[in-house]
Structure formats: C-alpha cells, structure tokens
Design a protein around this ligand. Structure first.
Ligand SMILES: [Zn+2]
Length: 534
C-alpha cells in the first residue's frame, strides 16, 4: 500500500536523529545493545511508548552511562524494552529510542534538553512501538494474547468455514456486535498521549488485537472488526495541517492578542486545529500522572507542535490569541464527589493545568453565537526552565478589563446526586434573593469548600461572554486574594433558557423566567474594571 502522508523520506542525509539511541546488533546471532551518542550519519530509529508502572531499577544514570556505551546487560533489561528491541530488529530498524535509557535520569540538564527534543524525536521516528497492553516495564507485550473468554463462555461465538483467495479452507469467526471495550493500560497514562499524537506510524500491541495506525489509514488490525467502530486511531482525527513536516512551518512570532479572523490560517482550518487542541485537553486531562507536577511537561511536546501550526503563543495549556474563550474551560464532573482537591502548584488558577481532574474547553464556534465582553490586556507566565517554553511554570497572571459583580456561592445537598450541588445567588434591585441564576462548575475542592456544611461564600463574578440573542452571560467565578487580585475557583453559565422549556407547572415556569431575567441583568449595574487573575 502506498502511504503518501506518513512516508519517511528515503534520503536520510539531513534527517534528524535523537542525540542518544540504543543501538541494536544481532549480526553475531546474539543480540547486543549499546548506547550511542553520535553516529557519523543519521540512521533510522524506532521509538517506544510504554507504561513505566513504577520506578525502573535499571536505567541510564550518570554513573551507568559509560558502561552502557560499551555494552548493555540485555538479559537484565525489562521485558517491555526487550520486546521493543525484538520488534525493531524484526523490522530491520537498527536503533531504538527508550526514555529510561536515552535520557540520563539523574541529570536535570540532560532531561530538559531531551524533553525539548521530544516533538521531533517522535515525529521523525520510523515507527513508534506502543506496548499498550503491558501495565509495566517488566510485563512485556509479545506474549500470547488471551482469547475473549466471555464470548466463548456465553456461547456467542460462531465458527464458519471460509475459502481464502488461494483456495485454502480456513474459518471465519463471528462475534457479537457489542464487545466489552478494553481500556489499555497505556491509554490511561498522560505521558503516552503526545507520543501517540506525534508519531506518524504506530504498531500498537493491545490486549486482544494488534493495530497499525498512521496518517493514511484509519483502522488496520488483526483479528476482528467491530461493527460501527469509529476507529481508535487518534492520528486520523488530527487535522491534515498538523501532519506537515515540522521544518516547513515557520516558528511562532510574538503577536498581540487578536481576533480570530486576523490569523493567517483559513478560519475553518483554524477552527479544526483549535477543536483538536480542545480534544487533546479533554483526553489528556482525564489521564493519570504519577507526578502531578508533570501536568504541563507531559503535554509540552504536543503543545510545541500546535504552537507552530497555530502560529501562537502558549500560556499554560491555553493559546494567547484565544484566551477570551479558552479561559472558560470547566471541570467535566457529573457530581461533587468526582471533584479533585488542588494538589501542588502546577499552573495559575486560570489554567486548566492547575487542577488534577478532567476538563472541557468548548468548541470555538461559540464565536458566532457569543459576544466577547472581556478584554485581555496582558498574560504572562514565568517558566521553570527557559529550555522548555511549553513546560512547567513557576507563576503566571492575566490582567483583564471587564464587568464584575459580587455574588454568593452556596451549596445544598441534592439527594438525587452524590455530594452537594453548588449554586449562585443574587440579590435583586428590589432586595429579593434569587437562587440558582446560573449553572455552576466548581474547579476543585478548595480547603474552604470542603466539609459537610458550608456557609455561602462571597465570590466575584467576571463577565467573559454573552449569548448574542438572549444576552445571557457566561463567565468566571473568582475569589479576591488581595485588592484587585483574584483567583479563579469556577465557571458559571446563565444560559438557562432550557429550564423554562422544561418547566412543568406555571409556578415553576414563572420562577425560572425570573431566574433567566435576573441572569440577563446580572452585570447591568456594573462598571468595567481592570483586575489581575493569578
Ligand atoms: Zn501511512
């Protein structure tokens, strides 16, 4: 099959190579592996994506690197890494990049240099070998696959004779339409997402099947095909622009916050890319990290790629030109019990990277239904390392001008759901208290929001957008930390029109109509103010 999109150039002369790879040599009949740091000319290499599943004892450290350059103890290598070397050898690829061995694990400088190279390391690889079904480095993934016992036990499997094109008689096996879907151990790991996203070609060793993913074909696998299956190929879901070679795209320039239409990209392409980023954030934020502090570093390589395509400045998981709507990310939790508490500092409160749980950023087509009310004047971050512009940050702030309004954030037990529900209440001009003027999404269980009984707390609402037709505002819930300096604690949305639609009784209808009217008038008496959000 011809693979025009994912094909690697045959000419390797100006090709990128990682600064350190594991060199595989089986010419003597016995596999020998050593670390090499500079090859006279670029050679093809494979990359490995796998679960560490704990600390690997054997890895490259400052005191082991010299001996690994001579010879690595092949038999002591963890099973997952030995399996990856075996696959690369079978494919005639003489080198493999494995993080635990190609990055000096106790050398922060080398770590920063290698992490900065990550986008290119994975995107220039011949193939990424994904050990998806191995929970840890010592499990391996080339062992025999387990059959699907549940179908055989239930007698839901049918074996029929099948005549192959060569005339051989084999069998075809019919399985039920709905297979219990398996979440592979690797699909749960935050670091693995960008490795998958950046790799043009992947051989994916999953629990029950082996998959081929690339930018040309959506779904190639051994074994069965599920009916109505949308494909697990994330590569096929990224826009075609993202697949251009990294060198053909100019690096991002400094640019003042601009409206969406001023970008050099066509608006539909831009929408597609921003929407892809929103998808990346949604998938990534739901995955697990061993170290919460890796929140920004573990998606940095993907961000670096997006920065080039978007030609934009990155700000802790958000894009500078689109902050006007991207700061309205919200936690994707069904009820309070799923909310995470805030752990160590990872990002400023206005960034989704500040919290541990799954988040959503809505699609940019909001643009045509909403009026942007908030003016972002400044957005700066202090990086932990200048080598990693998409990595960890020490601090950051946004200065913005918009309408603010004091309100009370309350919490009541809702017996239909787990935990409690949050609501905003507002005192009308006539002095009435109106409850639940908006849908409320709280970011995290802050210390002052925990406990079984909490008094309503004083918050500040900041208007970010209004719905064009109904004038219903959407914005942020802030807490004042010092005069004119705030922290984000949540997001609110006053677009409650649907409640009127679904109201049962006239009384309910009237109550909801008042709530909606109050929502619309929320910022009517407010002046525009400049404030800082940290
Ligand atoms: Zn292909």
């Amino acid at each position: 099959m011809y693979h025009p999109k994912c094909q690697r150039d045959i000419d390797l002369s100006d090709k990128f190579m990682p600064s350190r790879v594991m060199k595989l040599d089986a010419t003597s009949g016995v596999l020998r592996i050593r670390l090499v740091e500079s090859l006279p000319k670029p050679e093809p290499y494979a990359t490995l994506s796998y679960c560490w599943g704990g600390d690997q004892e054997l890895k490259t450290m400052r005191d082991t690197i010299e001996s690994f350059k001579v010879d690595m103890p092949v038999h002591e290598l963890p099973a997952t890494i030995r399996d990856a070397a075996e696959v690369a050898l079978q494919l005639n690829i003489p080198n493999i990049f494995v993080d635990a061995f190609c990055i000096i694990q106790d050398d922060p400088n080398d770590m920063a240099h290698q992490l900065a190279q990550m986008p290119t390391i994975y995107s220039e690889s011949m193939v990424t070998i994904a050990g998806s079904r191995a929970k840890s480095f010592d499990q391996g993934f080339l062992h025999e696959r387990e059959p699907l016992p549940q179908f055989f036990e239930r007698g839901e499997v049918y074996q029929l004779p099948f005549c192959s094109p060569t005339g051989e008689i084999g069998s075809a096996i019919l399985l039920p339409i709905h297979l219990d879907s398996v979440t592979e151990p690797l699909e749960d790991r935050a670091w693995a997402l960008q490795e998958r996203l950046l790799s043009p070609r992947i051989i994916d060793y999953a629990t029950h099947q082996t998959f081929w993913h690339c930018w040309c074909v959506n779904d190639v696998r051994d074994g069965w095909l599920e009916a109505g299956f949308m494909g697990r190929n994330f590569q096929a879901q990224v826009p075609s622009l993202f697949q251009k070679p990294i060198k053909s795209l100019a690096p991002p320039k400094e640019r003042s916050p601009a409206s969406i239409s001023s970008s050099s990209l066509h608006e539909s392409e831009l929408g597609e890319i921003l929407n892809s980023w929103n998808t990346v954030v949604r998938i990534y934020s739901a995955r697990k990290l061993s170290f919460p502090a890796d929140k920004l570093p573990a998606i940095a390589a993907a961000a670096a790629r997006f920065a080039i395509v978007l030609d934009d400045q990155y700000r802790c998981g958000l894009w500078k030109s689109y902050l006007q709507y991207q700061i309205l990310w919200y936690t994707d939790c069904k009820d309070e019990e799923q909310l995470c508490s805030r752990t160590a500092y990872k990002a400023p409160s206005w960034s989704w990277a500040a919290i541990d749980g799954p988040v959503m950023i809505e699609w940019v087509s909001w643009h045509s239904y909403f009026t942007f009310c908030l003016e972002i004047l400044e957005c700066e971050v202090r990086l932990a390392s200048d080598l990693l512009p998409y990595g960890a940050v020490e601090s950051g702030f946004i200065t913005a001008k918009g309408r603010i309004k004091p309100a009370m954030l309350g919490r009541r037990h809702d017996f239909g759901k787990k935990g409690a529900q949050w609501f905003l209440e507002n005192t009308t001009r006539e002095g009435h208290i109106i409850e639940s003027i908006a849908d409320v999404h709280i970011d995290a269980l802050e210390p002052n929001l925990q406990g079984t009984w909490i008094e309503s707390i004083r918050v500040t609402l900041l208007e970010v957008l209004t719905e064009m037709e109904s004038h219903q505002p959407v914005g942020l819930i802030l807490c004042e930390v010092k005069p004119e300096t705030f922290r984000r604690i949540g997001m609110f949305n006053c677009a409650l029109g649907r409640y009127i639609q679904f109201s049962q009784t006239d009384q309910e209808k009237e109550r909801n109509r008042i709530r909606v009217e109050e929502g619309k008038r929320l910022f009517h008496d407010s002046d525009r103010k400049t404030l800082k959000i940290i």
